[in-house]
Structure formats: structure tokens, C-alpha cells
Ligand binder design. Sequence first.
Ligand code: KIV
Length: 277
Amino acid sequence: MEREKITIPDILEKRRQGQKITMLTAYDYPTALLVDRAGIDMILVGDSLGMVVLGYETTVPVTMDEMIHHTKAVVRGARFAMVVGDMPFMSYNTSEQDAIVNAGRFIKEGGADAVKLEGGTTVQNIVEAIARAGIPVMGHIGLTPQTISQLGGFKVQGRSAGAAKKIIEDAKALEDAGAFSLVLEAIPAEIAERITGNVRIPTIGIGAGISCDGQVLVYQDMVGLFDRFVPKFVKQYSQVGEIMLHSFKQFKEEVEKGVFPGEEHSFRMGQKELKKI
Ligand code: KIV
């Protein structure tokens, strides 16, 4: 059967059918092509861009312009996968109007299909405003990297009963606000299971156990391309960084030894033309 572009009703239907939903990050055209070819349902142009591509310490400095630039590249490579643009810090927290304008930029300029933003009850009105403007919103609760200094670092959230209740409340608030799905990051599996059972929208886990409706990972983490730290919830499927490093070293050695380029990589003039110069 001919594959078709994944839409929000497809994502909701997958949950209804009990089929797992897959999402990976991508930040450029070649990666988007590969993720798309692998049949992944959604591509998240995450603001993790700041850490895994741009080399910032956290996601906080990432700008709207940087996000739009990378979203455009991903959209060019994503034929089937739904593309979700991640709203950077302070692009939605300031007012409902700013949030609608910036979410609109992801859709109109970036070509994304939906946006994601971090926070629970505190951003309920923002999610509602963006959704009312006709833009699909994915929520993100638990560990929210944009507020990492308030959370005291990249730590598991919701381990105490009080903190867990708050995350469950956040999930309900986002569902009521009209979010079409929820990312649950770094929370105990029991809490993710409770949320998944209590909401009608799909939950996408990252460090939230097996019960979520789907799973997301930052692609550099799962292919071994980001080694500053590897969270416990990441499974490394390959060591692409090692393969690249080996290739770079080989290139250096072969150029220095005169092995590369070989005859097969060189162009030649015809003898007749050569004689004229
Ligand atoms: O920015 C990102 O990549 C994310 C994922 C970790 C869900 O928000």
C-alpha cells in the first residue's frame, strides 16, 4: 500500500488501536530523510538542537530564528513523518499573543505540522490559545529542560507523592487545554502509566517507562553522536560517532601520506587538448 503523510488523526488512531507511536528528533535535511525512510511517525525538531548541534550548555539560549531555520530543513526531508517544531524558551511564556505569533511562524515559515512546548498548569492558557488559533500543540511535562535551573539539573521528576500528583494534574490541564499529545520526560514508570490511563490523548515517553503510547529519543543520543552525557533512559543502537572519527582520522593519514586522492578520484585532460597548452 502507498504510504501517506502521517496526520494527527493517524496518531490518535494509533493510540486507539493500541499501536505504539514513534518519534525521533532531527535538525537537518539528511537526517530527516533517514528518519522518514525508517518509517518513524513523527519528527521532533527539538530545542535540544541547542545542545546536540549548536554546542550550548543548555536549551535556554536557542532562538526562534534558529528553530525556524532547522525546521525548514527537516520539513524538506520529511515526506511522510509529521513534523513537530519545539517552541524555544521565552517564545511562548511571555503572552498568549507572542505564543500564537511564534507558533504560527513554525507552521507558516517553518512548514511544521504542529508545535510542542514545555510546562503544565502554568501554560494551560497558552496551550488553549494556540490550539484555538488552529495550531496543534504537543505538551511536555516531567523533566522540562528549559527550566533546568529551577529543577536543580537533569533529574528524574515526580518521585515524591506530592510531585507525582502535580505531574498528573499537569497532564490533565494540558489535555483540557486541547493538547493533542503529551511528552512525558524522566518520570517514574508508575506515574507515566497512571497518566496514560487517565488521559484520552497519546503519551510519548522519554525516560517514562514502557506504558506510554509511544517513545521519543534524541537521535544523537541513540546513535552515539553526543558524548557529553548519556542519560540512563537512552539505548544506544550504534556508535556513529566512532565510525565518523575513524573516517576523519583515515582521511588525514591518507592525505598526509599521498594515498588520497587516488587515480580513480582524479580528472584527466585528453592528450590532444593537453598538447595545446
Ligand atoms: O528538545 C527535545 O529534543 C525534546 C525531547 C527530549 C522530547 O524536547
